[in-house]
Design a protein around this ligand. Structure first.
Ligand SMILES: [Zn+2]
Length: 202
């Protein structure tokens, strides 16, 4: 993908080319460049909004999985949309101790993978999940598996995370939309969104 700067430069060069061929005036040329910039700004705002939705679905996946598995957390939040070019940040603040036994680790690792799973299900083919992945690998290592057993364990957890995202999709979607609307949700909010009566769902 071209960098925005490169895109502007190319657009300007293309406009120059058009100007040279058709003897456009400097005013026409400036108009052309302004139109290119406007398109670029619009596209950037569109990308930002989509990025914010992806983050909302990612965090909603974690929050729903925490609630389902009884993993304590303080809140789920998503950064406000601002004028900066930074991507939106979201997080689920976990409050309990790290798990130690096999089944608690499994539930925890599945919860970590549900974030990227929800993002994929929402339509992002390549969710950025480096932190979740590193965390999951570290927890799996704490179980003392061989490398092969660890890989199998992680693959199983990815599958179970996908299953959870599929089976809980209406719930995860409601949590994501509530996050987009309110910016932050308590565990009680997330729980309340699980059993919304069907007639209350748009
Ligand atoms: Zn995550």
């Amino acid at each position: 993908m071209m960098e925005p700067q490169e895109r502007v430069t190319r657009a300007a060069l293309a406009a120059l080319d058009v100007a040279a061929k058709s003897f456009l005036s400097v005013d026409d040329l400036e108009e052309e460049i302004r139109a290119c910039s406007a398109r670029l700004i619009w596209r950037r705002a569109e990308q930002k909004a989509e990025n914010r939705r992806q983050v909302a679905y990612h965090e909603a996946g974690h929050a729903a999985a925490c609630t389902d598995a009884g993993i304590p957390f303080q809140l789920a939040s998503i950064g406000t949309e601002d004028a900066s070019t930074q991507p939106t940040l979201g997080r689920v603040v976990l409050s309990g101790p790290e798990p130690v036994d096999r089944f608690a680790v499994e539930a925890y690792v599945i919860m970590l993978f549900v974030g990227p799973a929800a993002e994929r299900r929402h339509g992002n083919a390549f969710p950025a999940s480096d932190l979740d992945n590193a965390h999951a690998v570290r927890l799996a290592q704490s179980l003392g598996f061989s490398d092969r057993a660890r890989e199998r364990f992680l693959a199983l957890c990815v599958d179970l995370a996908d299953d959870f995202a599929r089976d809980s999709w209406p719930w995860i979607s409601r949590v994501a939309e509530a996050l987009l609307a309110h910016g932050r949700l308590t565990p009680a909010d997330v729980l309340a969104l699980r059993d919304v009566p069907l007639e209350a769902v748009a």
